[in-house]
Design a protein around this ligand. Sequence first.
Ligand SMILES: Cc1cc2nc3c(=O)[nH]c(=O)nc-3n(C[C@H](O)[C@H](O)[C@H](O)COP(=O)(O)OP(=O)(O)OC[C@H]3O[C@@H](n4cnc5c(N)ncnc54)[C@H](O)[C@@H]3O)c2cc1C
Length: 377
Amino acid sequence: MNTTLSTSQEAQMEQYRIFAREQVAPIAQLLETRQSSLKELLFAAGQKGYMGLSVPKEYGGSNLPFLDVVLFTEQLAYFEPGLGLSLASHTAVIELLKKYGSDNQKSRYLPLLARGECIGAVAFNEAKAGTDFEATETIVSVKDGKSTISGSKTWVVNADICGLIIVLAKSAEGALAMYLVDAPAAKTMIISADKPKLGMRSQSTNDVQFTEHVLPGESALSAGSSTVHEQVLFALDIAKVVMSGAAVGLSEGALECAAEYARTREQFGQSIGNLQAIQWKLADISLDSRASRLLTYRAAWSKDNDTAAFRKNAAMAKAMSARTARLQSAEALQVMGAEGISADSPLERFYRDSKVMEIVEGTSEYQKVLLTKELGI
Ligand SMILES: Cc1cc2nc3c(=O)[nH]c(=O)nc-3n(C[C@H](O)[C@H](O)[C@H](O)COP(=O)(O)OP(=O)(O)OC[C@H]3O[C@@H](n4cnc5c(N)ncnc54)[C@H](O)[C@@H]3O)c2cc1C
């Protein structure tokens, strides 16, 4: 793997940066308070081709490496880290369809997902099935040749704006499978009100309740020669690397806020940027952020080029970049003193968002479980 981006990747990244600066920066705070529409923003991204960066050209996408999804997410998260959640779920849906979808499923959904006309959501989590997703109780029953799904999913990102949800459920015989469920809601599929939470408030997180909701003919996503367990882990690997990109964007955004403050704030007759205590904090933030970025880019690269190492690299990138985001956004906030904790400061939002990153797409503890397995222990 090259540790620097190619000229064309740099040029592509500049386009993502321009989109983020023009479309996200002005509304970052408004997204958090829901005074600006997340759905409209994602649609605008889709119309530029950014919601289908890794979708093959034959399905209307840009056919770029997975790394581009991460670069795009990083640029958006520099201003609004919560967007990483939407992009992680949407990308997991795209990559599941690319890897496991039938020709019909791919041609039905991928072009819509690529254009941002359909947003993807993933519903694995349940009240009793968190990290242990095998404990899923949502059930698919077949009666008179008709399949219906019943059960309750929780913490589903994009549920209220999506066109497609991939739902993990069990058959009556207890076999796990993923099902493609069209949204929006019907009487048999109720989406709850948003669950209030500490951070990433630009993102709605909802419960989704199915009551004998009818599934169309080809709704199961075949695991092929693989297993459903592997399918779920693959979806989480994808989502966690996108989330790592968001964590890097958050750390870089926090660094820029703190550095700008250090340049301009004066105390005791001099810029606080002259104080070694402040300089070392800024140096440490940049050190940890750049290390997280390298791990994240390596993980994204390995998805396309070194599949055997993808799981391990994804776990490392997620654990490291989420921890960096939490620790170093706190340090950036400290550099800014009272200004840092003001609700007017982006850092106050970044600090709250960073904690969520250590939980979503697999907790930091579980990344260590995966890493230990890779060591054969
Ligand atoms: C903002 C947000 C958005 C989310 N979006 C989605 C979504 O779109 N779709 C979806 O399906 N889910 C979503 N989730 C759920 C998320 O995937 C789960 O929160 C996560 O997998 C952890 O599950 P849990 O919260 O039930 O914690 P638990 O699994 O109950 O874990 C509790 C604690 O025990 C630890 N633990 C559990 N098992 C182990 C183990 N084997 N070894 C070591 N430690 C362990 C955990 O690390 C954690 O510290 C979202 C969650 C949040 C907060």
